[in-house]
Design a protein around this ligand. Structure first.
Ligand SMILES: [Zn+2]
Length: 232
């Protein structure tokens, strides 16, 4: 694996862990420069991570390198990466706020804040709450995702994609932030979702600017610098 990509993946893991997204349940994968292979955070990974905490798997689901086991839900990553050549990084986590929209009637998660317009193209929901522990389920999830940037998983979590580590980690952060804002709005009254055409215009502009991806990545770098400064 390209060292800078591995370094970015470690930083992304630390950030998502510190944000409380992936502690206990959650994983990140990155497509390898070697065809039909990917790198994935190992099972039961804590905050402190190093290169040895990531395992390399192939698209047949075989572990090729690394210490420890792949997470049980690695088929999420395998099938999404196989189905979407434009995706190079996949994050799965059990989002507290986003998942609430799969366990509520009457409200579907949509952009409610400017940064949520990254998801203007739609947020599909995968209906099966069971663990995505085999390739059949992984393929069904990838099918539900379609060409979207993210898919909600009913009573379970979310899977976020990106063309790079930076894009995926910003996507996860802003996806959950948008859901959090929507939950707050729902506690005050009826949420006022952005109109589809307004969300589309704003989202396309944001994506073209790359601004949100750069901004969130600077937070990732800042955290990494803090962690390094505290490590003797
Ligand atoms: Zn899960």
């Amino acid at each position: 694996m390209n060292e800078s990509v591995l370094d970015k993946t470690i930083k992304a893991w630390q950030f998502l862990y510190t944000q409380g997204f992936i502690e206990g349940f959650g994983h990140i994968s990155v497509r390898s420069e070697i065809p039909h292979q990917f790198l994935i955070s190992r099972h039961s990974l804590g905050l402190k991570v190093s290169a040895e905490d990531f395992v390399i798997m192939d698209f047949k689901g075989k572990k090729l390198h690394g210490v420890g086991d792949a997470p049980g839900e690695f088929p999420i990553h395998l099938e999404v990466l196989a189905a979407r050549p434009d995706v190079n990084c996949v994050i799965h986590y059990h989002g507290m706020y986003s998942t609430a929209f799969t366990t509520t009637t009457g409200q579907s998660l949509k952009p409610i804040h400017l940064m949520g317009t990254l998801f203007h193209a739609g947020i599909p929901t995968y209906p099966d709450p069971k663990l995505v522990s085999d390739r059949t389920r992984g393929a069904a999830l990838a099918k539900a995702l379609g060409q979207a940037r993210a898919v909600l998983m009913c009573a379970h979590g979310a899977t976020i994609t990106g063309s790079s580590v930076e894009e995926a980690v910003a996507g996860a952060f802003l996806f959950e932030e948008n859901a959090h804002r929507a939950c707050l709005s729902a506690t005050l009254g009826q949420p006022v979702w952005l109109a589809d055409d307004v969300a589309q215009q704003a989202g396309l502009e944001l994506i073209a600017s790359r601004g949100p991806f750069r901004r969130v990545w600077s937070m990732v770098e800042e955290l990494d610098a803090q962690i390094k400064s505290q490590t003797p």
